[in-house]
Design a protein around this ligand. Structure first.
Ligand SMILES: [Mg+2]
Length: 379
């Protein structure tokens, strides 16, 4: 049977919820994230609405940069940007209501994050019917929640996701099997999930700057350039993706991090923070009913924003808070001396994470837990 998959992604979700709930912010650029502290704040942007994106503000950007861009926006005649804290518990509530609506439209829904899902619409058989259904979903979402989503529809998850990412916000777009080649060639290399700055640079060195050029490379060539990732690339550039809709949400990693109000150099303070962050990670391990972890990762960001991660995989999985703390310390200690920090830089951020969990899959514990658990250290 031919598969029909839809990818639904809420538009600027956190900012859209704030705009809806606070009519006085309607029509303004909105940035949800860390406290900007008049431009001296140290965290990052979580979500920017489309008006704020026009100023060049985007998620994961330092909040101080966002503040500066907002300022420039005002000087150029734009509206003043509204900066708001992340109200995660409330967004989770709204997310639950959204997924109640989404689940009415397909018996198979995979929740990817707090505001993103794949729906299996193969039962509709016809692409036009699938499009009509998703139009109904978008209408219902707007009438009940006053929120918009973008939906991409295609023969697999990859194409559906690419379609939704290209037609934001409030879009609804179908890519049929016959249209895949043309659709993919219209994209930029960096639109493909997994192609980041590193791969892009690598590709540029071998004179590949477009999807068309990438497609001319054989699987063997790509494998020799990128190893296993080259094989994935070979498939992606052709729109091939057999991955199934997974009904239980697999938690692959848990991480917590902390951005300091001021750069820190004191070893005592830093080790204290590592201990504290490791404790928070362990609480999450418990609340997610993880049976054991094998890999411990720490992340450090220096005052100059260079970021390093270090991992240690244990010989067997453990469920011990003491071991988590001890391994985190061991990974961090080289950063306190010349081994990993010869220039004696100060620290801006620390993170601790665990992965490589015991047992293949975790039971889906909650539909919409904290969005911070999606990906190790994603923000
Ligand atoms: Mg979204």
């Amino acid at each position: 049977m031919v598969r029909i998959i839809a990818h639904l992604d809420m538009d600027a979700f956190f900012a859209a919820v704030e705009e809806r709930d606070n009519p006085r912010f309607a029509g303004f650029p909105i940035v949800v994230g860390a406290d900007p502290k008049e431009g001296n704040g140290r965290g990052v942007v979580s979500t920017a609405n489309y008006k704020a994106r026009k100023f060049g503000i985007h998620s994961a950007m330092p909040i101080s940069t966002a503040w500066r861009l907002a300022d420039i926006g005002v000087k150029k005649g734009g509206k003043k940007t509204v900066f708001l804290p992340v109200n995660g518990a409330w967004y989770s509530e709204v997310s639950k209501r959204i997924f109640t609506i989404v689940c009415k439209f397909s018996p198979k829904v995979e929740q990817v994050s707090i505001d993103e899902a794949y729906l299996d619409l193969s039962y509709l058989i016809d692409l036009n019917k699938a499009k009509e259904k998703m139009g109904q979903l978008k209408n219902e979402m707007y009438h009940q929640e006053r929120l918009t989503a973008t939906v991409g529809i295609g023969p697999n998850k990859l194409i559906a996701k690419l379609a939704s990412s290209q037609f934001k916000p409030d879009g609804l777009y179908v890519v049929s099997s016959q249209e895949i080649t043309q659709f993919l060639e219209s994209l930029h290399l960096e639109d493909i999930p997994g192609i980041g700055p590193k791969t892009l640079e690598h590709l540029r060195k071998v004179k590949i700057t477009s999807m068309y050029e990438l497609k001319q490379k054989s699987e063997t060539e790509l494998r020799s350039l990128f190893g296993k990732w080259g094989e994935d690339l070979y498939r992606k550039v052709r729109g091939i993706d057999d991955s199934e809709i997974t009904l239980e949400r697999e938690i692959k990693s848990i991480s917590e991090q902390e951005t300091f109000e001021e750069d820190v150099r004191s070893a005592t303070i830093l080790l204290g923070r590592i201990e504290e962050i490791a404790k928070r990670v362990f609480q999450r391990i418990k609340s997610e009913h993880i049976k054991g972890f094998k890999t411990v990762t720490i992340m450090v960001r220096f005052s100059d924003f260079t970021t390093k991660t270090r991992s240690q995989t244990l010989s067997q999985s453990t469920l011990s808070e003491k071991i988590l703390e001890k391994e985190s310390f061991k990974l961090f200690l080289p950063f306190l001396d010349a081994r990993q920090n010869p220039q004696k830089k100060a620290f801006r951020l620390l993170g601790v994470g665990v992965s490589n969990f015991k047992g293949e899959k975790q039971e889906e514990s909650q539909r919409s837990t904290s969005y911070t658990q999606i990906g190790l250290f994603s923000s």
